[in-house]
Design a protein around this ligand. Structure first.
Ligand code: GLU
Length: 391
């Protein structure tokens, strides 16, 4: 079969592949613990589910406007007003099928063949492939464990060429959990604006920042440079709504119109019922968000204490999201060299699924998602530790 050229350089999403492999093993009866896929283990809050049920009962089951129902676009503005004191108008908001789709659409709308896109590494698995699908070139700027997995303007500048068009930021980071401080973030944004770049700020984990760390959002920069900044977010991680597929983008209204045109030719609107659910989430009480944040923080503390106690593992304490990204190269040995080999060994011997760091641009590391029950997490870490330290 002849498959289109553009798919030649695209890899399957590693996070989803490991998840699929885990589900397969579970179906075969193997007792696998998954610390692989990044999704909250909590149920979607009841008031959100109720809103969806009501929408179905009321027959809210038809096509909606492509960029989202007006109330939801307005509620996204309300969310930013509530959280950051900046209220983007509805015409600066488009609702898409998850944060992933929001990001994909932006790349399709903004990139041309030959454009270069700066991607700090470790990066979320899908960024380079999304850039390649838009026929542009991903340029990876690596920040290792010794830098706390954070890039600086100087590092970005060294990778910049006249073809550089865009920078993708992701704080809190998937996979490292690193959170840029306000000054660090502003320095990068200022540099990018001075350079004339477009910045996509993927802020899907903005509710998962652990005090004393504070979320530095690009919203203020969007307000100042609306045609050069886009902020992506969604309800998946904050409200335990991964399967509902509701993400959104704040961007210049002209760009939002183009994104809507693109979306109108491929997916149309996001599921009408899911939009009503997202509306209830954004307009309702955020107590559920706060209590999930507290649970993730507790698990972060517990998991980090264990990983930090492993003599040859190196890992800065993550300040956000729900991942630990540990450099385990100190444990590399015959038959277990490289992150994929480590993860294979851990799956086979410890029956714990993790995602290899190579998928995120750092082959010395492995990613743990601690979005699982406390006891399951403790037991998984014990098993991982035993395999790493066995000879
Ligand atoms: N973003 C989550 C993860 O990294 C969900 C899976 C995905 O879409 O990559 O595990």
């Amino acid at each position: 079969m002849e498959i289109a050229e553009r798919l030649r350089c695209i890899k399957p999403s590693a996070t989803l592949s490991v998840n699929a492999k885990t589900l397969e093993l579970k179906a075969q009866g193997v007792d696998v613990i998954s610390l692989a896929v990044g999704e909250p283990d909590f149920p979607t809050p009841v008031h959100v589910c109720d809103a969806a049920c009501a929408a179905i009962r009321e027959g809210f089951t038809r096509y909606t406007a492509v960029p989202g129902i007006p109330a939801l676009r307005k509620a996204v503005g309300g969310y930013y007003d509530r959280q950051y004191g900046i209220c983007p108008p509805p015409e600066a908001v488009i609702v898409s099928n998850g944060g992933k789709h929001a990001l994909y659409n932006l790349m399709q709308a903004l990139l041309n063949a030959g454009d270069e896109v700066l991607i700090p590494a470790p990066y979320w698995v899908s960024y380079p492939d999304m850039v390649s699908l838009a026929q542009a070139t991903p340029v990876i700027v690596r920040a290792g464990v010794e830098l706390g997995f954070k890039v600086t303007p100087a590092m970005l500048d060294a990778a910049c060429t006249p073809r550089t068009k865009m920078l993708i930021l992701n704080s809190p980071s998937n996979p490292t959990g690193a959170v840029y401080g306000q000054e660090e973030f502003d320095a990068i944004m200022q540099w990018a604006m001075d350079r004339g770049l477009f910045v996509i700020s993927d802020e899907i984990y903005d509710q998962l920042v652990f005090a004393p760390a504070v979320m530095a959002s690009a919203m203020r920069w969007w307000q100042k440079f609306p045609d050069r900044v886009a902020v992506c977010n969604g309800v998946a991680k904050s409200f335990a709504m991964t399967g509902w597929r509701v993400g959104y983008t704040v961007a210049h209204p002209d760009l939002v119109k183009k994104l809507a045109t693109l979306q109108g030719q491929c997916t149309s609107n996001v599921c009408s019922v899911a939009q009503k659910a997202a509306l209830a989430a954004l307009e309702g009480s955020y107590d559920c968000v706060r209590s999930m944040n507290a649970a993730f923080r507790r698990r972060r503390d517990m998991a980090y204490a264990v990983v930090d106690s492993w003599e040859k593992a190196r890992c800065p304490r993550p300040d956000g999201a729900f991942y630990i990204f540990a450099d385990v190269s100190g444990y590399f040995r015959e038959g277990m060299r490289g992150s994929a080999a480590v993860c294979t060994r851990l799956l086979e011997e410890a029956h714990v699924a993790l995602v290899p760091g190579v998928a995120f641009g750092d082959d010395n590391c492995i990613r743990f998602s601690y979005a699982v029950d406390d006891q399951v997490l403790a037991s998984a870490l014990e098993k991982i530790g035993a395999v790493l330290h066995s000879r």
